[in-house]
Design a binder for this molecule. Structure first.
Ligand code: GDP
Length: 364
């Protein structure tokens, strides 16, 4: 599954948010209980009303949402790349994530100490980014030194790696993150395998005062502008509100959100923003036993999409029977869609579309 690492300076509200998200998920996704894998790792169900619609039409006994993992990565402080704070352990934690949810403090509260003694989320964001850039630089230097011998032996793969590492190094040395490097499509796979911290896409999570949760404040506006300049994502959230929601059942939560002038909970917005940032989408498998959602990157072809369910589905892929979500709903299910000619047979080159209801045929 996809993994979001929650980072940020101390006292910005990371743990409050993490605990609230995971508790909310537990309370509201009764059919997919939130599970704590480790104290700081939580899997949440991705809310998707389409799945409930499909299950209702098909009379599915069970509804299984797709999941996203959040990791609360504490210990990122100024000097972290030099081993202060929790040092290297959390850098390793970030390396394993697909994206970074970077929580910045946008709330004023004299009772909550700010490590730098003032509220300035844009500057805070740069402090963290700087640590990640320094950590990347250090790891690049080590890795390039380790490649020297292979390069002398004319190892082709090593040459590509070294060229890409050099490009990242040049960017970092001029104070730009690795994600600013423009990479050829041919190099993309190798580039991703470098696993640099500043390659990861960033979603800024602006933690604002409770009464600013719907529109944000001047601090979150500044972060949104910075995010836009960087091509990053940004969402406004109140960790305190999320904490309160986490203690309510679904119905109470909806009422509470209404009172606060919010259309949906922070969890939903955060997950949706994460999907957009990572260019992810969802397809469905629907039957009387279960209706289930699956996550794939946009542009995934049939066999690879099937592989998310099981490796054998990918290996033995023959074709897929596909019904677009809207057709499935309009025709009131599979039989209706088939009768209306809306069920398509798609081959290996078919690019699965968001919302597709898929049935894979494969050889064992
Ligand atoms: P972390 O160190 O980033 O994990 O921060 P915590 O989640 O532990 O929060 C640090 C302190 O800030 C706690 O006392 C929280 O109650 C408080 N806090 C977190 N979010 C908010 C918020 O939105 N508003 C206010 N006023 N306090 C908050």
């Amino acid at each position: 599954g996809f993994k979001m690492g929650i980072v940020g300076l101390p006292n910005v509200g990371k743990s409050t948010l993490f605990n609230a998200l995971t508790k909310t998920a537990a309370a509201q996704a009764a059919n997919f209980p939130f599970c704590t894998i480790e104290p700081n790792v939580g899997e949440v169900a991705v809310p998707d009303p389409r799945l409930d619609q499909l299950a209702e039409i098909a009379g599915s006994k069970q509804i299984i949402p797709t999941r996203m993992t959040f990791v609360d990565i504490a210990g990122l402080v100024k000097g972290a790349s030099k081993g202060e704070g929790l040092g290297n352990q959390f850098l390793a934690n970030i390396r394993e994530c697909d994206a970074i949810a970077h929580v910045v403090r946008c709330f004023e509260d004299g009772d909550v100490v700010h490590v730098e003694g003032r509220v300035d989320p844009v500057d805070d964001a740069q402090v963290i980014e700087m640590e990640l850039m320094l950590a990347d630089l250090e790891s690049i230097e080590k890795r390039r030194a380790n490649l020297v011998r292979k390069l002398k032996g004319n190892d082709k793969e090593a040459a590509v790696q070294d060229r890409l590492l050099a490009a990242a190094q040049a960017a970092l040395e001029s104070d730009q993150p690795a994600r600013s490097v423009v990479v050829d499509a041919d190099d993309m796979k190798q580039w991703k395998m470098l696993q640099l911290l500043t390659q990861k896409p960033i979603l800024y999570v602006c933690n604002v005062e409770e009464d600013k949760a719907s529109k944000g404040n001047a601090h979150s506006d500044a972060v949104a502008k910075m995010a836009a300049d960087q091509g990053a994502g940004a969402v406004v959230i109140s960790a305190k509100i999320e904490e309160e929601i986490s203690q309510l059942d679904a119905e109470e939560a909806e009422m509470f959100l209404g009172e606060m002038g919010l259309e949906e909970a922070g969890l939903d917005r955060l997950i949706r923003a994460g999907y957009e940032l990572l260019h992810l989408e969802t397809y469905f498998t629907v039957g009387p036993k279960e209706a289930r959602a699956w996550t794939i990157p946009q542009g995934t072809a049939g066999p690879a999409a099937a592989g998310v369910i099981h490796g054998d589905f990918e290996k033995g892929f023959i074709r897929a029977e596909t019904i677009a979500y809207d057709d499935y709903i309009a025709c009131k299910g599979e039989t209706g869609a088939k009768d209306a000619g809306k069920m398509r047979a798609e081959g290996k080159s078919y690019i699965v579309q968001d919302g597709d209801v898929m049935h894979f045929l494969f050889n064992n």
